[in-house]
Design a protein around this ligand. Structure first.
Ligand code: NAD
Length: 303
């Protein structure tokens, strides 16, 4: 094994089952000391149990690895602090955070309730903030860190009945992008995974493909992104069923109306095909890069 985690400490949230368990087991097998966090709730976020996290810790210990359980919810700031504190108390530092804990409250947008919105935002989006904020402080201080955030094609591409979930998941892309930019000079890398795998969460959704979608197939992508070998940052990956790919946000070359030009709506409409033409595009690394691109255009065209 050339990719190892000796001396590294990893927090995996929602690691009591499904994908999180698979990430935690492999990180531990490769030498990481792992905080196995799991509230032990049902798929809709209701209930709590220590059993899920305890069983994964037991598995890791039996295999000769090192792990501690944490049962706090990521959905509160206190929970996030406590998860990080568990890592600091047990292992003295934090090198890796996998923001993986998740729930579903699917509902068509017309019928979505504010409770269903809050519950999903609290676990996925605010949860990632609650864990990442204290962890980031430790990583910044030590000049090293790896974040992997679990997003979803339901947010990146959209999916019927998942406005709350999709928005939360796309929010994680925004969080990761900024962490990647701010953390760059401290050795911190931040990336996003959009997994596709057979777990209790997707039990009824994957149809005939389910048997081909082993969570183990997502693991290499996530473990690589957690590793010291990974210098990639600010990116979004798809992994599932043995297929690995990158999602990216491209900005088309578009249409430049001219310096200080204010086109009419009709002129704009005439150029819509050019604006939408994806044959030429840039992948920009920050908001500043877009401004620079605009500046170059204005300087070039405006003399
Ligand atoms: N399975 C897929 O195909 C798929 C697709 C896209 C995204 N995802 C994402 O991957 C992640 C893992 O999902 P999974 O498929 O393994 O589902 P899962 O239900 O097996 O795992 C989620 C885990 O998170 C835990 N959890 C829920 N709320 C929590 C909280 N507040 N604090 C701490 N732990 C909590 C649950 O107890 C559970 O063990 C989720 O974020 C999910 O949205 C999964």
């Amino acid at each position: 094994m050339s990719i190892t985690f000796d001396g590294r400490v990893a927090i995996v949230t929602g690691a009591g089952g499904g994908l999180g368990r698979a990430y935690a087991l492999e990180l531990a097998r490769r030498g990481a000391r792992v905080v196995v966090n799991d509230l032990g709730s049902a798929v809709d976020g209701s209930g709590a149990s220590r059993q899920a996290a305890d069983m994964v810790v037991e598995e890791i210990l039996e295999a000769g690895g090192e792990a501690v359980a944490n049962y706090d919810s990521v959905a509160t700031p206190e929970g996030g602090e406590a998860i990080c504190q568990t890592a600091l108390d047990a292992f003295g530092t934090i090198d890796v955070v996998v923001n993986n804990a998740g729930i579903l409250r699917d509902r068509s947008f017309a019928n979505l309730t504010l409770d269903e919105l809050d519950a999903v935002l609290d676990v996925h989006l605010r949860g990632a903030f609650h864990v990442s904020m204290p962890a980031y402080r430790v990583m910044k201080e030590k000049g090293y860190g790896r974040f992997v955030h679990a997003a979803s094609n339901a947010g990146i591409l959209g999916n019927f009945g998942q406005a709350n979930y999709g928005a939360a998941k796309m929010g994680l892309v925004g969080l990761s992008n900024v962490l990647a930019i701010e953390g760059a000079k401290y050795g911190i890398r931040s990336n996003v995974i959009a997994p596709v795998a057979r777990t209790r969460m997707t039990d009824e959704l994957l149809g005939p493909f389910a048997e081909y979608l082993d969570p183990a197939q997502v693991v290499p992508m996530v473990v690589y992104l957690c590793s010291e070998a990974c210098e990639v940052t600010h990116e979004v990956f798809s992994a599932g069923g043995g297929a690995y790919a990158r999602f990216f946000i491209g900005r088309t070359e578009g249409w430049f109306a001219g310096p200080k030009a204010v086109p009419t709506v009709e002129e704009l409409a005439e150029h819509l095909d050019e604006i939408r033409d994806t044959s030429r595009f840039d992948i920009l690394g920050s908001a500043t890069e877009e401004l620079q691109k605009l500046g170059a255009l204005l300087a070039g065209e405006g003399g």
